[in-house]
Write a new protein. Structure first.
Length: 237
């Protein structure tokens, strides 16, 4: 029998960027949107595969997930939820205006099952790796991660992959972020279906997805799954 109290998990720790520039009500609505996004992702797989998003220190948050290989996909969905909601949660989009976004550090390692709450009372290398990683994240980078026990070369590749994904999502418009929330699902709808729902042509949908670097980000998600899955096999051997 698998000991679900200790297994390889992913922990995502983050904080909203320049949160002091936003009113408390705006931050509250942003976190409500993030919680809704995580609740929707909880239906991707078996019950309890991902914890609820837990807020701390005002602008910080954390979640844990049993399917560590999907950590990059979840991180991208979280950033999409914020960027898609800019206009909805009252942030005026003006030239040079700072849009809501979040830093994220992914820590993968041993830890308790994701459904164990509250997270602030949980210990384990995945939690320590994620929390310390966020504290050490440079100002030029908004997304990075570390998986144990990867080799130094594998870790460098994962870090480079996450940093490239960070660059790809920074300029998402709300429309592109909304579309990527559909595309990043494990069972995404067809582009024709999306086009019919929003009242545009499939060509328009395709153009926006490519403009959001959708194909490259999906390839990155697949590569991340392959590396982390192999890492889990080696850790269990």
């Amino acid at each position: 029998m698998v000991d679900r109290s200790r297994q390889q998990i992913a922990v995502l720790t983050g904080d909203l960027i320049d949160s002091s520039r936003f009113e408390d009500t705006t931050l509250d609505r942003a976190f409500a949107r993030l919680s809704t996004a995580v609740d929707e992702m909880s239906r991707w797989f078996e019950p309890g595969w991902i914890s609820s998003l837990q807020r701390f220190r005002g602008d910080g948050w954390q979640l844990a997930m049993n399917r560590a290989a999907y950590a990059l996909r979840v991180a991208l969905m979280i950033r999409a939820a914020l960027k898609a909601g800019d206009e909805v949660i009252g942030v005026r989009r003006q030239p040079g205006h700072l849009h809501l976004d979040t830093r994220i550090f992914i820590g993968i390692g041993q830890g308790p099952a994701a459904e164990q709450n509250p997270l602030h009372a949980v210990m384990g290398e995945a939690f320590q790796t994620s929390g310390r990683g966020l504290d050490q994240l440079s100002t030029a980078c908004r997304m990075d991660g570390k998986a144990l026990p990867l080799t130094a070369i594998q870790q460098d590749m994962i870090s480079a992959l996450l940093r490239l994904c960070d660059v790809a999502v920074r300029d998402w418009t709300p429309r592109r972020a909304i579309l990527m929330q559909q595309v990043l699902r494990p069972d995404p709808p067809r582009q024709k279906t999306i086009a019919r729902c929003v009242g545009v042509t499939p060509q328009t949908i395709n153009r926006h997805i490519r403009g959001a670097h959708g194909p490259a980000l999906l390839a990155a998600c697949r590569a991340f799954v392959s590396v982390i899955t192999e890492n889990q096999r080696n850790a269990a051997a």
